[in-house]
Design a protein. Structure first.
Length: 532
């Protein structure tokens, strides 16, 4: 088919359903001369879910247009971003990703022999690549590196150097994979613009960038591996698919942030060219759509009921998932899945005297959130630090005979009046640290969103909570906190990387809620923020 297409037809196929193309003219120029070389990379961290069908359907478009496509399993990027996963686990996840993505491509009829698969560490540890990393690090500022990774790399208040290196490595991959364009989600736009800015400084060509929109998850926000309710896993059973779709956000007539409708647009239509609605004859009977706009218009006009849309997507989705489920029923792939993604409640930490991950304890290899001593506190007094204009000096009741002294850098974000007598969350087992001459005996936990301006809000315990009440993570309620977190082992920093605010403003570790006996921990407005 590709040989019969004109350069213009190839361009239209390559760019359809994309949100943005940077370097459009260069793509057109290459297509006049030869086939376009494109790469798509994925960091091998959380399990791929059904939203991965969106890039897979675009890869199918690229192949139909005659492109030479490389798929990169970015294990080194995963290590730089994920912090807590040891190499052994990442190696297993690379194998899992390769198997599951090949199964997805086979499910949608993409011929694998036309693709090139490559692992990041197959070329990213070479002498030449390493020297280029150093050359690049001598040019890129900390500000540019942090800004570039803001929507991709896990954001923490004190970022590790590894996360700052990540965007530069992704830029270098374009040169070392010898492609004309990189394909990814629009959340990677800042990394793409960093590549366009700095690769020419190294003497390398500026590449084009093809960007998919971010498809909403089932809760209305971006589908995320770390938010269980927002995603359908590729190995979910038919019963799980039905249950998750039933709970999915799909308000009658509302086409905004509708993950079910978006799946029809970005996956089913590109792959199948049509979509069938199954419904009772008294509601109009079955109907086959050949244009997504008709589906969207009928849903907006409430000619399609959310229940019928969900039921029809369920049928189509199960058709895509069934070959993947069958492939992963083999003993070898089941073993690989369990090894790459061990159940945290069953995993045992290595070494003498190790306990189960949910059982807490102080083993240094074990990163259970129960090791954190987070308590409800009440601020009984707050004043400016005598030697630092940006710091508050607080006395916080955490259920002990005397309030703890806490120093926090909140002057620019929260007024003194708003902190006085406020219920807050306090991390109590960090090593005390002097801040401008005064020892801080705990950390006041806040939600934050980086940007201009940066926004910060203290976390809120449930109404009626008392000072000293323990805050725990779902599934880790029986865990015992460390008496003191070992700063050399960076337990807090590693666990903090997975502390986030959900799109419902609920505090979570991975996809599990932070709770007291009275309910969940929240913040007021900072959806998707970090916790520090």
């Amino acid at each position: 088919m590709a040989g019969q297409l004109s350069p213009e037809e190839k361009f239209n196929l390559i760019t359809r359903n994309l949100q943005e193309v940077l370097g459009e003219e260069k793509v057109k120029q290459v297509l006049q001369e030869r086939e376009l070389k494109v790469y798509w990379g994925t960091a091998t961290t959380g399990k791929p879910h059904v939203a991965y069908f969106v890039p897979m359907s675009k890869i199918a478009d690229f192949l139909r247009a005659g492109c030479e496509v490389t798929i990169l399993f970015a294990d080194l990027h995963a290590y730089l971003d994920n912090m807590k996963a040891p190499w052994e686990l990442l190696e297993l996840r690379v194998k899992y990703y390769e198997q599951v993505i090949k199964a997805m491509l086979e499910s949608i009829g993409v011929p694998l022999e036309k693709l090139r698969f490559i692992k990041g560490t197959d070329f990213q540890l070479s002498r030449e690549y390493t020297l280029d990393v150093y050359r690049l690090s001598s040019m890129v500022t900390e500000h540019d590196a942090k800004k570039a990774g803001a929507e991709v790399v896990k954001q923490v208040e004190h970022p590790l150097l590894s996360g700052l290196l990540y965007p530069g490595l992704q830029a270098l991959d374009e040169e070392y994979l010898k492609v004309d364009a990189q394909f990814g989600g629009v959340d990677q736009r800042k990394i793409f613009t960093l590549a366009e800015k700095y690769l020419p400084s190294l003497g390398y060509a500026k590449r084009s960038h093809l960007m998919n929109p971010m498809v909403p998850g089932l809760t209305g926000a971006k589908m995320s591996s770390s938010e269980e309710e927002s995603k359908i896993d590729l190995l979910d059973s038919k019963e799980d698919v039905k249950k998750k779709l039933k709970k999915a956000f799909c308000e009658p007539g509302n086409t905004d942030n509708n993950g079910v409708l978006s799946f029809v647009k970005y996956v089913l239509f590109p792959l199948q060219g049509e979509f069938s609605i199954k419904r009772d004859p008294k509601w109009g009977g079955d109907k086959v759509y050949t244009d997504f706009k008709e589906v969207e218009d009928d849903f907006r006009g409430e000619m399609i009921h959310p229940g019928d849309l969900k039921a029809s997507v369920e049928v189509a989705l199960n058709q895509l998932l069934e070959p993947i489920r069958k492939k992963f029923q083999s003993p070898e792939l089941r073993k690989l899945t369990n090894a790459a993604y061990p159940d945290p409640s069953k995993t045992k930490a290595g070494g003498k005297g190790a306990k189960t991950a949910g059982g807490g304890g102080g083993d240094d290899n074990e990163l259970a959130p129960s090791r954190l001593d987070i308590r409800v506190g009440k601020i009984v007094s707050v004043e400016k630090h005598p030697d630092a204009d940006s710091l508050y000096l607080e006395k916080i009741d955490v259920g002990e005979p005397e309030p703890r002294t806490v120093v926090s850098g909140l002057v620019a974000y929260v007024s003194q009046e708003d902190l006085q007598d406020r219920a807050v969350l306090v991390l109590c087992n960090l090593k005390p640290q002097k801040m401008r001459g005064i020892e801080s005996q705990a950390m006041l936990l806040c939600a934050s969103i980086e940007g201009e301006p940066r926004r910060v809000e203290p976390l809120d315990p449930p109404e009626g909570s008392s000072p000293g009440e323990r805050v725990l993570v779902e599934g880790y309620e029986s865990g015992k906190a460390d008496e003191k977190l070992n700063p050399k082992k960076k337990v807090w920093e590693k666990l903090q990387a997975d502390l986030k605010i959900s799109d419902e403003c609920v505090a979570q570790w991975k996809d599990r809620k932070l709770l007291t006996k009275l309910g969940q921990i929240t913040c007021k407005t900072l959806k998707g923020g970090n916790i520090s």
